[in-house]
Design a protein around this ligand. Structure first.
Ligand SMILES: C[S@@+](CC[C@H](N)C(=O)[O-])C[C@H]1O[C@@H](n2cnc3c(N)ncnc32)[C@H](O)[C@@H]1O
Length: 242
């Protein structure tokens, strides 16, 4: 359990806010990408237990997938969305928690923003107890977003190097879909950003085209998946010992 002594920072009143559980519909332009998150997080959800630190928690949209988390602490920057249920404000690279306090670290779609990725991974290794797990989701191909904070993309080779460099073991490193998932996601974001501002009457058309594109591309990926062209990766790593 994470007690007050484990946190060298200030827990904020925003801890009283509730996680936001997204309702994703097939015509949402992020649907295909979200499916890859859910698939991976559900598969390893049983390992997310005990004291869990969600680094870059945002609105904590996946928290409901982890009933085994006895203590769930969301860490994020002060610039996190206002409605985000952040428990502790801070940076993932220099977090205010005591060493070895976490059974599991969750880090979903944060890598893009981190200026010093090797320091972030160093913190993961410091915070995990021996035998603890890191579950991370990253992007290899994604449209530029959130300027000027969107900094990096990473390949599976980069993830493995960062993980092993800090003494963690890679348990699983899998692609979040293949070529067609990437194409479906990129196409629907292209449609949204270029035509989503159409007058009200045009919006349903864009939504339907986005939905159909993602559905067809998702199906094609199931028929033939080339993971060298992928949206990104899911990494499960373990701290030796325990
Ligand atoms: C794309 S959002 C993802 C939020 C959430 N993990 C999710 O999957 O919905 C990225 C989050 O990471 C946070 N973030 C960015 N850089 C960070 C850092 N160095 N340390 C901690 N959080 C960071 C941002 O404030 C933002 O809330």
């Amino acid at each position: 359990m994470l007690s007050g002594r484990d946190i060298r920072g200030r827990a904020t009143p925003s801890a009283l806010r509730r996680p936001v559980r997204p309702r994703l519909h097939w015509f949402n332009p992020g649907w295909l990408a979200e499916q890859t998150h859910y698939e991976g997080l559900r598969r390893f959800g049983h390992l997310v237990r005990g004291t869990v630190i969600d680094v870059g928690c945002g609105r904590q949209p996946y928290r409901h997938l982890f009933p085994g988390a006895a203590t769930y602490v969301g860490l994020d920057l002060p610039r996190a969305p206002e409605d985000a249920p952040v428990d502790v404000f801070g940076r993932g690279e220099t977090s205010p928690f005591q060493s070895g306090c976490a059974d599991t670290i969750l880090c979903v779609q944060v890598f893009d923003y981190v200026w010093e990725p090797h320091r972030l991974f160093g913190e993961f290794a410091r915070l995990l107890r021996p035998g603890g797990h890191l579950l991370l989701i990253s992007s290899q191909a994604n449209r530029e977003h959130d300027p000027p904070h969107d900094l990096f993309r990473v390949t599976r080779f980069g993830l493995r190097r960062l993980t092993e460099h800090v003494g963690l073991e890679v348990v699983e490193l899998t692609a979040r879909g293949g070529f067609w998932t990437m194409i479906g996601h990129a196409t629907s974001l292209y449609l949204l950003h270029n035509f989503g501002g159409l007058r009200v009457a045009g919006r349903p058309v864009v939504a339907v085209v986005c939905g159909l594109t993602q559905a067809v591309c998702g199906l094609l990926d199931r028929l033939h998946c080339d993971p060298d062209d992928t949206l990104g990766h899911l990494l499960l790593a373990r701290k030796p010992g325990g």
